[in-house]
Write a protein that binds this ligand. Sequence first.
Ligand code: MN
Length: 372
Amino acid sequence: MEKVTIKNITAQLLDIPIKRPHQFSAVKVSSKSFVLLKVELSNGIIGIGEGTTPGIFWNGESVETMKLVIDQYVTPLLLDQDPVLTEALLQKMNRQIRGNYFAKATVEMALLDALGKWYNIPVHQLLGTLHKDKIPVRWALASGTPEGDIEEAKEYVTSGKYDNFKTKSGKEAPEDDAKRSIRIAEGIRAHSTIGIDPNGSWDRLTSMKWMGDFFDAGIDFLEQPLPPQDVEGLARLAAMKKVPIMADESASTIDDAMRLAKADAADIFSLKIHKAGGMKNTIKVAGIAEASGISCFGGTSLESSIGTAACVHAYASIPNLDYGSELFGPDWLADDPVKEPVTIKDGYIYVPDKPGLGVELDEEKVSAYLRQ
Ligand code: MN
């Protein structure tokens, strides 16, 4: 039998509109950019991967840097190599290219999609076995006003689409942010809860001051209140035993996870396949959490159905995913570059069961959103 090799790799940039502008702590966005990666094997099978970041403010990578790193540095390492030795290829990338985890995760995604299609099994079977066949999803409230957010939450709960929420903060002064979050939490507490995510924009004293009020308002978790490097500050907040502290930007790689676990700096890790450098690394992060008594939450970089499918394959195999997920990306985008989007209904996202990632590209949509 002739040996199968990696024959061709292409990375394209797509810009897909979103349903309404989204306010992060640092920036407001009205469309989302993606790297669409295709890895073609010598047997004709094409694996797809999707790279996207919340924004360059998040970890320093952007779709443009990902495309450059892949075209210039990853492709020469992978061409003519044996795709079955995926782990060896990933280690080779790690030795030769420092950082750039979002780019590496995109490559891993396309390789595993190709292998899954070749072996005729879903990616979750390449990663291990499933713990669940669907996982809970929370929606991010971002209407712009507390009243609007409370109204939006009630509509979702009534329609049954989503019943738990997250709110972004960090645009206003920390003090005003805290008060706004408490108002929203109190407005919806009869039927659901929220977690707060200031994306590292608060300081230690503000966070400490409001922890008791957050607890009283029934807030589910406080995600990454402090800058990514302030692990000691997170440890102090966690030691207060008020609202559970979730680490996101601070808990990117497996090394970060170990450092946080040793410092007792988080009650929950937000997982993200891109920041960890791929699905396999994400499962390793969850393993460190499991051994340390830390819960996991399935985070998002706001992927389309391609990247979201990759997230679900990984997250659904994790036993300590106690806080569900925020995999609402496909619902937040105004369009999706696949023929059939992943299924999100009644507050859950379902694990795709077709070979590979389980989603099929819609080439017409890809051409429509291709960056010129
Ligand atoms: Mn976050």
